[in-house]
Design a protein around this ligand. Sequence first.
Ligand code: SAM
Length: 323
Amino acid sequence: MMPLGSLYRQLAALGQEAWVRQLEQTLSQKFALDGHGNMAGWQQALAALPEIRPDHVELKDRVEIGRAEELEPARRDAFARQLMAFHPWRKGPYSLFGIDIDTEWRSDWKWERLLPHIQPLANRTVLDIGCGNGYHGWRMRGEGAELVIGIDPTLLSVMQYQVMQRYLGDDRHHLLPLAIEELPPGMACFDSVFSLGVLYHRRAPIDHLLELKGCLRPGGELILETLVVAGEENTVFMPPGRYAKMRNVWFLPSVAAMILWLQRAGFHDVTCVDINRTGLDEQRATEWMTFESLADFLDPGDRGKTIEGHPAPLRAIFTATRL
Ligand SMILES: C[S@@+](CC[C@H](N)C(=O)[O-])C[C@H]1O[C@@H](n2cnc3c(N)ncnc32)[C@H](O)[C@@H]1O
């Protein structure tokens, strides 16, 4: 784990001393709460990764750490096997010393869809809620963000971030094993807050929006992406059971309903900047994620429907500001 001193100093500079005290007490316990018993293996795999200081790092157009020439050819297969200890790799892609981690998701495509529409990230302080393994956080740093704090309760995602951090040693990108419910209320200090792919997992979506607003400084920007359905201002779909085999999907609003929710939550300048149907080339099983993926979640006879007969995944990106 990155030394936490720099994080604590950065949070204190944002006026978040109370959060620092809370993290000092709770953070180390988080890694012990490893329900599936995988943490010891991941820690061992992390510690065994080769010590290489990359000469080349690219975070703007892709996440590329080191070049193939920097890894001795004889160590290449072993390194790939070591990275596989962190399977399944869902968010990416990454390139590590010439080894391409072809993740389940082309998370770079979501990034390219949103980037032209958001306030420039240079010198901004960013919070990324439900950040997965931090892929977008690296892209935020590539755009010049001053500080990126990601939170995600999934420990494997945190460990995948630590693999990258081992080679990047970036003390301005932190990923904490936390859920949004664990953040102090009303921090009001971040210039940009991202919530990508989280809202439909929340049972209380309006409370989620209020929590996001509470994290933003006045004038700050929210960037939110969620699953939507076709329909009018009062169309909201709640699946009766699973949605695309996911158990924890609650509310899928229409674009108009989502805009209304954001306005009712007190956001201004609410805009839908992108609508995109997830394609089989954006979310798919790969060598680095060998479990089921979108092709298995859709009706084989009608790709416009999920396997349960619901509308197939359609995602929209919204921007909004806090006055
Ligand atoms: C669909 S993924 C999106 C990941 C990433 N933001 C992206 O867009 O590629 C949803 C993420 O939200 C995280 N998550 C689930 N419940 C959460 C909560 N209560 N607070 C914060 N993150 C949560 C999951 O662990 C998962 O990594």
